[in-house]
Design a protein around this ligand. Structure first.
Ligand code: SAM
Length: 322
């Protein structure tokens, strides 16, 4: 990477690694290199039995685990830009023009990408992105495949990020038959659709953004689902008051979910689960843990989903009502 790109940049931790038996490692590395999915900014790690290969996205047919990656140039000041590939488009973030140009040139080489947008920030209540087209023809809609589902995405109209795909897979594997679930900030439905694809259950999926709910309806039709999803457009702080005895509530609104915890607590049954996401620093995280315990919850799971800034990360916290 050119020297100038390595200055003054944000830390991005590669969390997703493929865990592979040592004996199969070299063959797998060769195959993944051909497919261009190894995250070359990070080191391949190993222990006595396994090799851990950093990848740019979760891949089917491999065991995926989340561990902190070690950058090849491991020095907190020499960190890079980031990008997401959604269907046939790439969305990139970079602090400097050099970074953006460098990354765009690399991505254009990929056969599956035909347009590239620069993301200048996610904002507003609907968490939509400000985008600038820097390569290809402007088309904000795309079809995205994740785990075993297809999603119609429109990055202009409604929030979508592929970065939570491992979380979605983890939670979808936990669901029991006939679970009664509320997806409080469902967006275009990536949690709800994957859960309902795999398990017969009942999901109430809420979002304030009417375009997100319209896309969710399209995504329900697009996938063959075992479970039922009821889309609701409105403020989930109000909508959720109509429900009680719920088995699980998914709260993916990482900057504000805390404000909705009181109504979620009331809707949840005893032994019910909340999957809570928050972007915060360690101080706030400590306070949340205390708050959950004092509110009658047991913490069953906690991990960093991804880094956000130097002092803040996105946390996944799973709590159970005692
Ligand atoms: N869960 C989805 C996903 O993983 O892609 C979307 C998550 S996005 C970070 C948060 C979503 O919450 C957005 O789609 C936004 O429109 C919605 N939202 C924000 N405030 C809301 C509210 N008060 N009631 C319902 N939805 C809200």
């Amino acid at each position: 990477m050119p020297e100038e790109l390595q200055k003054d940049i944000i830390k991005v931790i590669a969390l997703i690694h493929i865990k592979i038996n040592k004996k199969l490692a070299q063959k797998t590395i060769n195959e993944l290199r051909e497919d261009n999915v190894i995250d070359a900014n990070y080191l391949i790690k190993h222990d006595n039995n396994y090799v851990y290969i950093p990848v740019k996205m979760p891949l089917k047919n491999y065991e995926i685990i989340d561990i902190d990656g070690n950058r090849k140039d491991d020095n907190n000041t020499k960190i890079s830009f980031s990008y997401d590939v959604i269907g046939d488009m790439a969305i990139i973030k970079g602090k400097t023009e050099n970074e953006v140009n460098y990354l765009a040139k690399e991505l254009i080489k990929r056969k599956n990408i035909d347009r590239i947008y620069l993301d200048t920030g996610i904002s507003g209540e609907f968490r939509t992105r400000s985008l600038k087209l820097i390569y290809g023809n402007d088309k904000k809609e795309t079809l995205y495949h994740e785990n075993s589902i297809n999603l119609m995405v429109n990055i202009d109209k409604a929030y979508f990020s592929p970065r939570l795909s491992t979380e979605r897979l983890r939670i979808s594997n936990e669901i029991n038959e006939n679970e009664y679930i509320i997806d409080m900030f469902c967006g275009i439905g990536p949690f709800s659709i994957l859960i309902a694809k795999k398990t017969k259950c009942n999901i109430i999926a809420m979002d304030k953004n009417p375009d997100a709910i319209e896309l969710l309806r399209a995504n329900i039709k697009l996938n063959k689902l075992k479970g039922d999803i009821t889309p609701l457009n409105g403020d989930s702080g109000e909508l959720v008051k109509n429900y009680n005895n719920v088995d699980r509530i998914i709260m993916n609104l990482p900057h504000n979910a805390y404000d909705f915890l009181d109504v979620a607590f009331k809707a949840l049954k005893t032994k019910g689960i909340i999957n809570y996401y928050e972007i915060c620093g360690l101080d706030t995280l400590e306070k949340r843990m205390e708050f959950f315990k004092n509110s009658g919850f047991e913490i069953v799971y906690k991990r960093i989903v991804h880094g956000f800034s130097k002092y803040m990360s996105m946390y996944s916290i799973e709590i159970k009502k005692i």
